[in-house]
Design a protein around this ligand. Structure first.
Ligand SMILES: [Zn+2]
Length: 328
């Protein structure tokens, strides 16, 4: 087991930070300390050739930084693009950590594992990060950035997904809890987007296939079910979905200041009272692969074959999603 490079990385992870609950990539973790990094663009196979518009692709309500794909001259199915988003990353954005599993490292290793399986299926894969760092395109505070850094980090993941013309967006996390008996698998989705039905379909397939593969591996993971992110958290009596899955979000300067953020770093012009975030323009889901804080779950996360089982489940779900939506 320890021969595997990724697992060795996990084992080497120092748990000095102790247990930090994963909050699904929401901006509730302690201040992040992203490193300004310029990762090379993914040496991907081919350029995306979007032959025809996907029926599910809703018109984005936010200005999309991505250029409109040129239709290919050759007819045929377009190559599908999956955006994988390993949660957290960087010196302080650790995520959950316990029992020898450091979430940011585990998330990245799982995404790379899944990438191999998807590429074998002829699917183009891009990743919001390929190292222990902030996501591609992150330009923000390099010191303790708190709310500002966390928000910019998550926005960079969204912008990257849109620029790459993703057909789906999958954020990969594992959970953490202060209760050692809390365990299991759950998948978050947003039902309120224009493609909310596809979000639900994707989430259901991910949950089902990963549970199935874990059972085949020999672990009866607790099914925590599908999680509607509509009221993921409540701020000032208003429901807020997960930032990376939800619609464009308006944030006032008052909120930024109250949460210790820097309006200038977040792009507020002088005198501007609110900004609106850009949302993903593709279906997506966020999966929490077991609880690092539960001994039995963590043992699976440390296991080569357990991890490969989960990767197989994720890949099978994605392939079936594309089949069921007629994209493949
Ligand atoms: Zn997380």
């Amino acid at each position: 087991v320890s021969a595997h490079r990724g697992l060795a990385l996990l084992a080497a992870g120092v748990l000095a930070a102790g247990l930090v609950a994963c909050h699904g990539g929401a901006e509730v973790a302690p201040a992040a300390l992203p490193v300004l990094t310029s990762l090379e663009a993914t040496p991907t196979t081919t350029a995306p050739t979007h032959v025809e518009p996907t029926p599910a692709r809703a018109s984005p309500t936010a200005p999309a930084p991505s250029p409109t794909p040129e239709p290919s001259l050759a007819p045929g199915p377009k190559q599908l693009t999956v955006v994988l988003d390993p949660g957290h990353g960087g010196p302080t954005a650790v995520g959950a950590a316990a029992h020898g599993v450091v979430e940011k490292d585990s998330n990245l290793e799982m995404a790379l594992r899944l990438e191999k399986l998807l590429v074998e299926q002829g699917i183009r894969v891009v990743m919001t990060r390929r190292s222990d760092s902030a996501p591609v395109g992150y330009e923000g505070p390099t010191a303790e950035g708190g709310f500002s850094a966390q928000r910019l980090d998550l926005q960079a993941r969204i912008d990257f997904a849109n620029a790459e013309g993703g057909d789906i967006f999958l954020s990969i996390h594992s959970n953490g809890s202060t209760s050692p008996t809390t365990r299991g698998l759950e998948t978050w989705y947003d039902p309120n987007r224009p493609f909310g039905d596809r979000n639900l379909l994707l989430a259901r397939l991910l949950q089902t296939h990963v549970l199935r593969e874990l059972r085949a591996y020999g672990y009866n993971a607790l099914d925590r079910g599908l999680q509607d992110d509509t009221c993921f958290r409540v701020f000032n009596g208003v429901c807020r979905p997960l930032f990376v899955l939800g619609p464009p979000r308006e944030t006032t300067v008052e909120e930024v200041l109250r949460r210790g953020g820097d309006p200038l770093a977040l792009g507020f012009a002088p005198g501007q009272s609110a900004i609106t975030s850009r949302a993903t323009n593709m279906p997506g889901a966020l999966i929490e692969l077991l609880f690092v804080s539960n001994e039995q779950d963590a043992a699976v996360l440390r296991s080569e074959t357990g991890r490969q089982a989960m990767a197989r489940g994720l890949a099978a779900a994605i392939v079936e999603y594309f089949e069921q939506t007629g994209q493949r």
